[in-house]
Design a protein around this ligand. Structure first.
Ligand SMILES: NC(=O)c1ccc[n+]([C@@H]2O[C@H](COP(=O)([O-])OP(=O)(O)OC[C@H]3O[C@@H](n4cnc5c(N)ncnc54)[C@H](O)[C@@H]3O)[C@@H](O)[C@H]2O)c1
Length: 253
């Protein structure tokens, strides 16, 4: 390991599973000091414990990222645990696979609350702390669906498109304060997130066949293949890179 984010104070959401878990483990190995958040208490505790067992620093705070009061408490914990903040990494997200005409008010509200409002709340609470630190980085989880728009996932695509626009606008607003903000836009990543799609497609085999046909690289990414781009965007290695949406999809789009 190269200590790419040595001593960096980071708050990261969605750390219990999938991409968030892989990213938290990578950041810890690279020297970050972490406050982790997720709705799933057991999963979040397990990620933090794994980091501490390996000699790293991580505290888990069970948080519903879409709830303003819980996000305020999370950022209070960040101040108490880390004494300040250098990077915000928003990874938590939700997906409902449903055509627009069948999308309920509840589907729409859930995807915007967890995928968009939560990231706005983290930035609204965290940016003053980044300014205090003299600058910092923000990495927001979008999706290639927010770039191209995907049928059967109109609300989800719209929520991820909003993340990209919010990230670019915020990057331009805060650039003079030394704050960089970028979005990552993965394609197919092999996590439990896509289980509803796998079911709709008739199981893992037919899903894998569809991915193999559609993606030039012939397969999904692993969560561990997304984490290094997030690390790069959070670190000084990307010091002149801001207001971008980086697509990581095996050449699919
Ligand atoms: N898997 C993919 O193919 C893929 C592709 C593009 C983008 N993404 C995005 O990557 C992110 C992570 O997805 P993943 O594939 O790791 O899925 P995942 O299901 O493994 O992880 C999502 C995490 O978010 C947490 N979460 C959900 N609602 C929450 C809430 N209200 N408050 C706090 N935490 C909450 C879950 O508990 C879980 O730990 C999501 O934002 C997703 O939209 C995933």
């Amino acid at each position: 390991m190269t200590g790419q984010v040595e001593g960096m104070r980071v708050v990261m959401t969605g750390a219990a599973h999938g991409i968030g878990r892989a990213t938290a483990l990578l950041f810890a190995r690279e020297g970050a000091r972490l406050v982790l958040a997720d709705l799933d208490e057991d999963g979040g505790d397990a990620t933090a414990a794994e980091i501490r067992d390996a000699g790293g620093e991580a505290t888990f705070v069970r948080t519903d990222v879409g709830e303003p009061a819980e996000m305020s408490a999370l950022f209070g914990a960040v101040r108490a645990e880390l004494g300040g903040l250098d990077s915000i990494v928003n990874i938590a997200g939700v997906l409902r696979v449903v055509d627009l005409v069948d999308t309920s008010d509840d589907d729409w509200a859930l995807m915007f609350r967890v995928n968009v409002t939560a990231q706005m709340l983290a930035c609204r609470l965290g940016v003053p702390m980044l300014r205090e630190a003299g600058g910092g980085t923000i990495v927001n989880m979008a999706s290639v669906t927010g770039v191209i728009g995907v049928p059967g996932a109109v609300a989800y695509s719209a929520s991820k498109g909003a993340v990209i626009a919010m990230t670019k606008a915020l990057a331009r607003e805060e650039g003079a304060n030394g704050i960089r903000a970028n979005a990552v836009c993965p394609g197919w990543v092999d996590t439990g997130f896509n289980d509803p799609i796998v079911t709709v497609m008739g199981g893992r085999e037919s899903h894998a066949a569809l991915v193999a046909a559609a993606v030039p690289m012939g397969r999904q990414a692993s969560a561990e293949e997304i984490a290094p781009t997030i690390l790069f965007l959070a670190s000084d290695a990307s010091s002149y890179l801001t207001a971008q949406a980086i697509v990581i999809d095996g050449g699919n789009n």
